[in-house]
Design a protein around this ligand. Structure first.
Ligand code: MOS
Length: 744
């Protein structure tokens, strides 16, 4: 079999398992004496539970137990073991610990029964009487009491302040030759992954095993252990497959603790799968955000001032913040910049990271504002961006580790045919359909965290590679197999890569588009080390044709090490290990970021060009064409990278045109907590997406030279579409999603 190397498009190594049902997701595991849990949720937005009636449920067929706050198993939520995925201020929702209700849809009880159906029925029989208090349910009301967050943790570049300023932004605005000011809003949006959140909790004495939908097994392990006051080593979290998460499974939400608590109380394994409706109030969502952008520029289009302000929704018990205002600080060259971030606390569940959190929202406002400025200046929107291209990071005052944004703009514009655009709004038509062209910039930071990987090279010429990472769908199994196979000089079929078990070596969260940079770098390092370890055996061995050979002079192909200078001199891993009577060599290696993080600013960039067709009579918007170019360093597997990129663009299309949570203003209930009324793009909404990658060699980001790709592809899609809609219709919709009613 031919060897696969990094950069070669290969199909998913777990593809067959997935399409044949062989891939096991958390809820598909079984246990003896399993019981099924169903949550009961609050029906008020704020107050106390005065009375909770569980008698009817307890008498219902098959019911084992109904657990409420009165049951009294104390669990201390780990306020002091916050991970980077948790809001740093506030306390997470406690699992059935007290009578307080913070929002509509908060878990107030769990019913355990012998079947899911019995539990579901019994859960419907639980009733509660509340002492209701006045809740904050109106965003405008909450925003009038807005406050700067006590801590911003999302900006990992070192800047912790919610307010940032350079130069004299207000004065520069006042004296600018041309200014625009506009307010943009985006509603709360939900991840809506196919797989529902689910956990199986099984205790064996004081040891707990959790099968969980999670993007970070090591963190669930740590936090659940802390909550139950047990040793971290006594909690095992298993999560080999995740059916999409988009940020919704970064944190361990309250249902995980409830499942563990319930299993402890009944001393039987508990399987808890949320319903689709419960997905909307148990995990988080992208927070409703309102942004005011003011831009100042010279007549010829040089930006002189950017002032961008965001007010984002959070809960009353935690301060969730995100990097909404990071792009305005560095995306364009501008001497005077101010960003101000505020929170508006409401009686809602805590928001969470969702699909390019922060940047998706911040760049939406910024790149729409830039489009407005382009019209005010009568400058082409692409030209305006080129004119204000940041040749180095104006925020960190550092050189970029690499940046190929201009190449993305140029090639995408060319493929799209941008030069044929008539700049006049409402000037392009096809029959009765208005045609509009718009564009925007994409950007995403290149994060990296420490990761540890175990590589075992076996005497049969195969390799085992493992680390406690997750694969939420992007193709992590495949990319890691490819990286290991490449470094070991083995065909991918001889490399077995495993992840998703907290007993494996530690890995970071699969979030922030940093898995390749973090885990991939560690896989690469550990595989190289394992290969060197085998070579060392041969090199020290007089009987080996590789006696005294150095690593730099040896290559490995199809499991055979040979001299680069003379391929006839060599032997296989198998020959070397067998002669040394070793079943395997094993290497456990950590790989982590270093000084380069302080020397360079690391981001991936891209550009989106979009054509929309708008029906003037009905106000319906169709995305007709998308051309997107991305520069994200080295692309490990172009096939799955392409899938990720088109997936991100589809997510951006949903954000632009469809996705919106609707809450009942009287009680805070999510009205459209289902996939019928919460709309996400379907195939009929998505045209052919023309995606390409710009070759980019980055020697600084990490040993692989790979930047984060996934979330990059979503950033800039919504503004490109909004800008195209303006070009088609002459109507500037600043309030997402762009639904027909707003265009009529
Ligand atoms: Mo992503 S929103 O970092 O899972």
């Amino acid at each position: 079999m031919a060897e696969a190397v990094v950069g070669m498009p290969i199909s998913r190594v777990d593809g067959r398992l997935k399409v044949t049902g062989g891939a096991r997701y958390a809820a598909e595991f079984s246990a003896k004496r399993m019981t099924y849990g169903v949550l009961v949720l609050s029906t008020i937005a704020k107050g106390r539970i005065a009375e909770i009636n569980t008698a009817a449920a307890e008498k219902s067929p098959g019911v084992l137990r109904v657990i409420t706050h009165r049951t009294g198993l104390q669990v201390e939520m780990p306020a002091d073991v916050k991970a980077l995925v948790d809001p740093q201020v506030g306390r997470p929702l406690p699992p059935l610990q007290d009578d307080r209700v913070h929002y509509h849809g908060q878990p107030i009880a769990i019913v355990l029964a012998d079947t899911f159906e019995h539990a579901t029925h019994a859960a419907s029989l639980v009733t509660a009487r509340y002492d209701e208090a006045k809740a904050v349910l109106d965003f405008a009301q909450a925003a009038s009491q807005r406050f700067p967050p006590h801590e911003m943790e999302t900006d990992r570049g070192g800047e912790k302040s919610s307010h940032y300023e350079r130069g004299e932004p207000e004065q520069a605005l006042a004296t600018a030759e041309v200014t625009i000011e506009a307010t943009y809003t985006q509603p709360d949006e939900y991840h809506n992954a196919m797989e529902l959140h689910n956990t199986i909790a099984a205790w064996d004495g004081d040891k707990l095993t959790l099968y969980d939908k999670t993007q970070w097994v090591n963190n669930v392990q740590k936090q659940v252990a802390a909550a139950f006051g047990i040793d971290q080593g006594d909690v095992r979290v298993i999560s080999p497959f995740v059916g999409g998460a988009f940020g919704s499974a970064l944190r361990a939400w309250v249902h995980v603790y409830i499942a563990a608590l319930a299993a402890k109380l009944v001393d039987r394994p508990v399987k808890l799968v949320l319903t689709r409706a419960q997905q909307y109030t148990v995990p988080g969502y992208r927070p409703h955000t309102i942004q005011k952008v003011s831009l100042g520029a010279t007549k010829d289009g040089q930006l002189t001032s950017i002032v961008q302000e965001a007010t984002a929704q959070t809960s009353t018990y935690e301060e969730y913040t995100e990097s909404t205002l990071s792009a305005p600080r560095f995306l364009y060259a501008c001497p005077n910049v101010a960003t101000r971030y505020y929170l508006a606390a409401m009686n809602v569940n805590t928001p969470a990271s969702m699909r390019a959190p922060g940047e998706a929202t911040g760049v939406f406002a910024l790149d729409c504002a830039l489009d407005e400025l382009a019209y005010a200046l009568r400058v082409d929107p692409l030209e305006l961006r080129l004119k204000n291209h940041a040749d180095e990071d104006p925020y960190k005052n550092l050189p970029w580790s690499s940046k190929s944004l201009k190449e993305c703009y140029r090639r995408a514009a060319e493929r799209f045919g941008w030069s044929k655009r008539n700049p006049q709004p409402r000037s392009m038509r096809e029959g009765r359909v208005q045609v509009g062209w718009g564009m925007a910039t994409a950007t995403w930071p290149t994060h990296r965290m420490p990761a540890t990987v175990l590589v075992r090279l076996l005497a049969d010429g195969s390799a085992q590679v493992r680390t406690a990472a997750s694969d939420i769908g992007p193709g992590t199994y495949t990319a890691m197999t490819l990286i290991a196979a490449d470094a070991l000089g083995l065909p991918t079929a001889r490399v077995k890569f495993d992840l998703g078990d907290s007993r494996m070596p530690q890995a970071p969260v699969e979030g922030g588009s940093m898995t390749i940079a973090s885990v991939g770098s560690a896989v690469h390092a550990a595989a190289i080390a394992a290969r060197h370890k085998v070579l060392a055996l041969a090199s020290a061995d007089k009987a080996s044709p590789l006696h005294q050979a150095h690593a730099a002079g040896v290559r490995v192909t199809d499991g055979r090490l040979s001299l680069i200078s003379d391929a006839s001199q060599g032997e296989t891993y198998t020959e070397i290990l067998k002669r040394h009577r070793q079943e395997s060599v094993e290497v456990m290696q950590e790989s982590k970021p270093g000084e380069e993080q302080k020397q360079y600013s690391m981001h991936a960039f891209g550009a989106h060009f979009v054509e929309v067709h708008v029906d003037e009579d009905f106000g319906t918007v169709r995305v007709a064409r998308v051309v997107s170019g991305f520069a994200a360093g080295r692309i490990i597997n172009p096939k799955t990278a392409h899938s990720q990129a088109i997936g991100g663009i589809v997510g951006g299309l949903g954000m632009a045109l469809l996705e919106e949570c609707i809450r009942d203003r009287r009680n805070g209930r999510v009205v459209n907590a289902n996939l019928e009324q919460y709309m996400v793009p379907v195939n009929a909404d998505v045209p052919a997406l023309d995606v390409f990658f710009v070759d980019e060699v980055d020697k600084h980001v990490n040993p692989l030279g790979a930047k984060g790709l996934a979330e990059l592809s979503l950033v800039g899609v919504a503004p490109a579409i909004a800008n195209a809609v303006y070009h088609a219709t002459g109507k500037r919709i600043r309030d997402l999603p762009i639904t027909p009613d707003k265009l009529l």
